[in-house]
Ligand binder design. Structure first.
Ligand SMILES: C[S@@+](CC[C@H](N)C(=O)[O-])C[C@H]1O[C@@H](n2cnc3c(N)ncnc32)[C@H](O)[C@@H]1O
Length: 265
């Protein structure tokens, strides 16, 4: 049709789709249990009414938690993280101003959120994404997805991807001007593995280059490790009210924050 672009919107996917499904099921189960318990409480008398009332309250909490987390995870994946990426890249630009000719690495790039966002700020530079494309961490996670999103955002000529483990990055020391990573490192259950990923990011970053590490947990451990390894000019980006609400809902297990800093010499 004339006047209508054939290029569709990018799709950066849903993070942790299994967890989101579990939250949705818990929330719907909570609503169902709550209505059964409320009905029982209204019809019964004495101790049965009291127990039913407490059961209704518990089920209501489960419903709020499950549905609240599912809604937050959907919003975060669809809307929130696209705002996040621009704020993170703006801050990276403050810490180490970009000229457009940089080489940028996105570690655990998935469907290309940061990779494509970085590429949009480049002119002659390149953005490289690596991942293991784990389906449990992001839906429809495969190398074609970030390339397709790069096409949709008009930066395919600046983007490439490779399959690699973040613990053993297949790049020479000091080969990137900027290294970014968004909601990846917490997926490694072992603290020693998480430290190894941070060391790898610093190894491939040139002195003076900028590191952007955004994640939902382990912030203090990351900060201490990176400072010990010489990351300086540190800025901490807190997710604000939205992140605080997610932290409260999840009992502190899910708290988006980012560390941005410059590698020492
Ligand atoms: C929650 S997704 C985030 C993807 C993307 N950075 C974003 O923000 O949309 C986590 C990503 O980390 C990747 N990942 C997990 N462990 C990895 C590892 N050891 N090496 C490389 N990638 C890994 C997963 O495959 C997945 O793409």
């Amino acid at each position: 049709m004339i006047g209508v672009s054939e290029v569709s919107e990018p799709d950066y996917g849903i993070d942790a789709p299994g967890v989101r499904r579990g939250m949705l099921i818990a929330g719907i189960g909570g609503v169902a249990l709550c209505s059964v318990a409320v009905t029982a409480a209204v019809r019964a008398t004495g101790a049965v009414a009291t127990v039913s009332g407490w059961a209704a309250a518990g089920a209501a909490l489960l419903a709020i938690y499950g549905l609240g987390m599912a809604a937050y995870m959907t919003y975060g994946s669809r809307v929130g993280k696209r705002h996040d990426r621009e704020r993170l890249l703006d801050l990276a630009d403050v810490v180490s101003p970009l000229t457009g000719c940089e080489a940028v690495l996105d570690v655990g790039g998935g469907r290309g959120l940061m990779l494509v966002g970085a590429a949009r700020r480049l002119t002659t530079g390149v953005a490289v994404g690596i991942d293991l494309w784990r389906a449990e961490d992001q839906d429809a996670n495969m190398p074609e997805a970030p390339l397709d999103n790069a096409r949709r955002e008009g930066v395919a000529d600046r983007v490439s991807v490779a399959t690699a483990d973040a613990r053993v990055l297949p790049f020479a020391d000091r080969s990137f001007d900027a290294v970014v990573s968004h909601w990846v490192v917490h997926n490694l259950p072992d603290a020693a593995d998480r430290a190894r990923v941070l060391d790898e990011m610093l190894r491939v970053l040139r002195p003076g280059g900028v590191l952007v590490l955004a994640d939902i947990a382990h912030h203090e451990a990351y900060r201490a490790h990176l400072v010990e390894r010489g990351l300086g000019d540190l800025r901490i980006l807190d997710g604000g009210l939205e992140a605080a609400m997610a932290g409260a809902l999840s009992g502190g297990t899910f708290r988006p924050k980012a560390i941005v800093g410059r590698r020492g010499g």
